[in-house]
Write a protein that binds this ligand. Structure first.
Ligand SMILES: NC(=O)c1ccc[n+]([C@@H]2O[C@H](COP(=O)([O-])OP(=O)(O)OC[C@H]3O[C@@H](n4cnc5c(N)ncnc54)[C@H](OP(=O)(O)O)[C@@H]3O)[C@@H](O)[C@H]2O)c1
Length: 286
């Protein structure tokens, strides 16, 4: 697969989002493992997860442990796979998402993620979301400490506005390698962050690129131009959506979620889809 850069690493230009394999409505483990293996077969080398990707309160890190097992059980070489996890969100088990961005929590959470992933250093560790109860500099300072201690190889942030991106990069002494924000045909207000990342050479990872688990199936019917361009190329609207994102800037690496092998196999084909300037303008305006 065509590759893009995160920090000093080259990763496949399409990643895999692990969330649908661990939240409410998740499939059985066999199908999840088959989905991760299908992604690896296609050349995916970035897998996004979080300690908070679980359903019940007593299964923190469900998705991290699943990914670790799937990697261990894969027949091929996985040494170039970058697992990107996150800390700072909690799921008490009632469907809600709460926050703890305190340095104490983040350091404890990182240690637990290290154990579940079975690695000496986490590939990419991302602050999941700013916690309004904790000064942002303190949360990012904890990530810097983890980086300096060698607990994590690369540092990223998520759900950050341009000001926080600049602040985090400063606190990390210019070592911020990725920003993960919501971005999709339905949610475009992250364009300024995408542009800032392009300017700074920081990877931009659009989350919920199809509008999220519950609305991904409606992409073509909600956004007619995506469906029209898809029909012209005889591909899915989802591939068109990812190709449109890839064309925005060389720092963009979408992380579509999947819980079926066919979904990720279809999505990765987007790297072979080239859209014309006219098509891109049509999609921008959709
Ligand atoms: N940082 C954050 O705060 C944050 C928040 C949300 C998500 N994320 C990350 O971003 C990732 C992606 O977001 P998401 O999973 O919420 O939503 P999404 O990627 O917009 O949609 C995921 C759904 O799209 C379907 N799908 C995938 N490829 C498809 C294709 N080619 N054709 C048709 N349907 C397809 C999948 O269906 P099947 O399940 O049937 O395969 C999946 O359930 C997450 O998995 C997670 O890693 C981060």
């Amino acid at each position: 697969m065509q590759t893009r850069r995160i920090g000093g690493l080259q990763v496949g230009a399409i990643g895999l989002g692990g969330m649908p394999m661990s939240l409410e409505g998740r499939p059985d483990e066999g199908r999840s493992v088959a989905t991760i293996h299908a992604a690896l077969d296609e050349g995916v080398t970035l897998i996004d997860t979080a300690d908070a990707y679980h359903w019940h309160a007593d299964e923190v890190g469900h998705n991290e442990a699943l990914i670790a097992r799937a990697l261990a059980g894969y027949g091929g070489d996985t040494s170039d796979v970058l697992v990107a996890t996150k800390g700072g969100h909690l799921r008490p088990g009632d469907g809600s998402w709460t926050l703890d961005g305190s340095p104490e929590h983040l350091k404890r959470a990182c240690e637990a993620s290290l154990k579940r992933l079975g690695v000496e250093a986490i590939g990419l560790y991302q602050l999941h979301r700013p916690d309004p109860k904790v000064p942002y500099a303190e949360s990012v300072g904890a990530i810097r400490d983890l980086l300096d201690a060698g607990k994590i190889r690369f540092a990223g942030i998520s759900n950050a506005d341009p000001e926080r991106i600049r602040q985090a990069n400063e606190i990390l002494d210019g070592r911020l390698v990725s920003v993960q924000n919501q971005f999709s045909p339905a949610f475009r207000s992250s364009e300024p962050e995408l542009e800032l990342c392009a300017e700074l050479g920081i990877a931009f990872l659009p989350w919920s690129p199809f509008g999220g688990i519950l609305r991904a199936g409606e992409l073509g019917s909600r956004f007619a131009p995506f469906q029209r361009v898809a029909a012209a190329h005889e591909v899915s609207a989802h591939q068109v959506c990812l190709a449109w994102m890839l064309a925005k800037a060389p720092v963009v690496i979408p992380i579509p979620g999947a819980s079926r092998p066919q979904s990720i196999t279809d999505s990765t084909a987007a790297v072979r889809l080239t859209l014309t300037a006219e098509e891109l303008a049509l999609l921008d305006a959709a």
